[in-house]
Design a protein around this ligand. Structure first.
Ligand code: GDP
Length: 527
């Protein structure tokens, strides 16, 4: 780390740990680059999406990643904005949308919901928002692409309220409708900021600040309209935001850096600082307790040459010092953290010190699984609740390609399920010799195939199933579903029974034919 504040004295700079949630193409990569331009990037963990032709940093040790030209990793970018260190955790999207995307949201204190002005709430945004809601992660909203024709600002606010029950509380309001942005109004003061666009987003846009009188003179009715519209909505306040009732709302153009600084200011003002985390005994670990951390992502070694594995931890309490011994709560074993890095891929950067809210990648900590806890042996032990299982949407059956490797097959599948790579679902009809694997994203099955072959020496044959929806099945549901077509009841590793079916139309038909079915939704991200 290069933050000077971190090197002197014992008091770390204030921290915010956030993630951007959005649907593909809303502008997450563009916004990430813009945020890094406005705030000083201290370090990068992993790649922010190595899209073809963008020249992004792509970690070179993952074969699947290289083959596909996408990043299946999620890691963090650390930014220094004024006195505050902002940890921006990446939520993988696009083809690499998987359990990792959800898991990142268990490691942040606030999410920025990024909307395309022309599209409003889109399916992936809604899914990610549901995880935030379930986990009590408060949400700021940034409406992007205001340089293009889009929806009406009030219509977007209405959509937020109607569809997800969030009242928009404007931090900024656009002067001029989408596609004709003339400036951004601060409804608190009536001041307007105008921007002289910096094409390509390579440099900061030149800003001018206008008093209400100057703005009225220069921008006329557009300002009056903006003031009137913003006046219909409540002012943002921390309490209702943290309670999940309101969302501080900002507008901008990530591509030309408009409104991006305002977003950083809003993150600093509204996002909560890292706080205590509840342990399995029902108590809470305060941030100033001795070191503890939770593993929220494991990137397993896929490169046979390097046999590399990075476990990403979020520091919950205390100070992490590289080299310090830590206890792995799940095994009781202690190990040294010599290989701690914020960057992997082409250039790893060594982490010396990290504070609550920060992300550290522990290289070659192969015993660690997602959801595990680490703590300082000098202090009291801690165990944080395990990572929740998220509703799978993709299913395959798996068999050993070589029947003589059945033992290795079982061992490998069990290990991968334990690590949370996939969910292991056993169907009475198929038995545990041909389990069903469930995942949030289909890329997980490639990870399974690769690791089963190279790590466990048991290549697998997988067969996709046509299911796309899983619901919880109560005892009564299991009885009622006997003999039903198009639905398969399976048992998850934790003992829960799930009913698998193609889609919600099948679910509707089942409900019609068998009134009284409960089939509750699998909660997204309940602990
Ligand atoms: P991601 O898929 O969410 O990471 O989206 P990208 O950052 O890759 O952006 C998708 C497309 O939208 C790209 O062509 C961007 O150049 C474009 N884009 C992003 N932000 C803006 C914006 O504010 N205005 C306009 N007009 N285009 C944008």
């Amino acid at each position: 780390m290069t933050s000077t504040t971190d090197h002197h004295g014992d008091t770390p700079a204030p921290r915010r740990s956030i993630a951007v949630i959005s649907h593909p193409d809303a502008g997450k990569s563009t916004l990430t680059e813009a945020l890094a331009l406005h705030a000083h990037a201290i370090s990068r963990a992993g790649a922010v999406h190595g899209k073809a032709g963008r020249g992004g940093v792509v970690s070179d040790w993952q074969e699947i990643e290289q083959k596909r030209g996408i990043s299946i990793s999620s890691a963090a970018l650390q930014l220094q904005f004024e006195d505050t260190v902002i940890n921006l955790l990446d939520t993988p999207g696009h083809a690499d949308f998987s359990e990792d995307t959800y898991r990142v949201l268990t490691a942040v204190d606030c999410a920025v919901m990024l909307l395309d002005a022309a599209k409003g709430l889109e399916p992936q945004t809604l899914k990610l928002f549901e995880v935030c809601r379930t986990r009590g992660v408060p949400v700021l909203t940034f409406v992007n692409k205001w340089d293009r024709p889009g929806k009406d600002a009030l219509e977007l606010c209405d959509e937020l309220e109607q569809r997800i029950g969030l009242v928009a509380a404007p931090v900024t309001w656009p002067v001029g409708e989408a596609g004709r942005l003339r400036g951004l109004l601060d409804p608190r003061t009536g001041d307007v900021t105008t921007y002289h666009r910096a094409p390509g987003g390579a440099t900061l846009a030149e800003e001018r600040h206008l008093t209400p009188d100057d703005a009225a003179r220069e921008l006329g009715d557009d300002v009056t309209d903006a003031v009137d519209q913003a006046g219909l909505l409540p002012a943002p306040d921390v309490e209702s935001f943290l309670a999940g009732r309101t969302t501080p709302l900002l507008f901008g153009v990530a591509l030309t850096n408009i409104g991006v600084r305002g977003l950083l200011e809003a993150v600093r003002r509204f996002a909560p600082a890292p706080g205590p985390r509840v342990t399995t005994d029902g108590r809470a670990r305060d941030v100033d307790a001795p070191f503890s951390a939770v593993v929220f992502k494991v990137q397993a070694g896929m490169d046979r040459q390097h046999r590399d594995q990075v476990a990403f931890i979020r520091v919950v309490s205390g100070t992490f010092e590289r080299g310090m011994p830590v206890v792995h709560a799940q095994t009781g074993r202690s190990f040294a953290t010599k290989h701690a890095a914020t960057v992997f891929g082409r250039d790893r950067e060594i982490v010396e010190t990290a504070y609550p809210g920060d992300v550290v990648g522990l290289v070659n900590a192969t015993a660690l699984a997602v959801g595990d806890t680490l703590y300082d042996p000098q202090g009291p032990p801690a165990v944080f609740p395990p990572m929740p299982a998220f509703p799978p949407e993709h299913f395959v059956t798996a068999r050993p390609a070589d029947p003589g490797r059945a033992k290795q097959f079982r061992k490998g599948i069990a290990q991968l399920a334990h690590e949370g790579v996939v969910q292991l679902l056993v169907s009475p009809d198929r038995g545990d010799g041909e389990p069903i694997l469930g995942a949030v994203g289909p890329l997980q099955f490639e990870v399974v195939a690769f690791r089963m072959e190279h790590e466990f020496g048991a290549p697998v044959r997988t067969q996709p199933l046509s299911y796309g929806l899983a619901r919880l099945a109560t005892d009564a549901d299991v009885a009622a579903l006997a003999g039903a077509r198009g639905v398969e009841v399976v048992t998850r590793a934790d003992g829960a029974r799930l009913a698998l079916m193609r889609d919600r139309w099948v679910l509707q038909a089942l409900r019609r034919d068998r009134p009284g079915l409960a089939l509750p939704e699998l909660l997204v991200g309940a602990a």
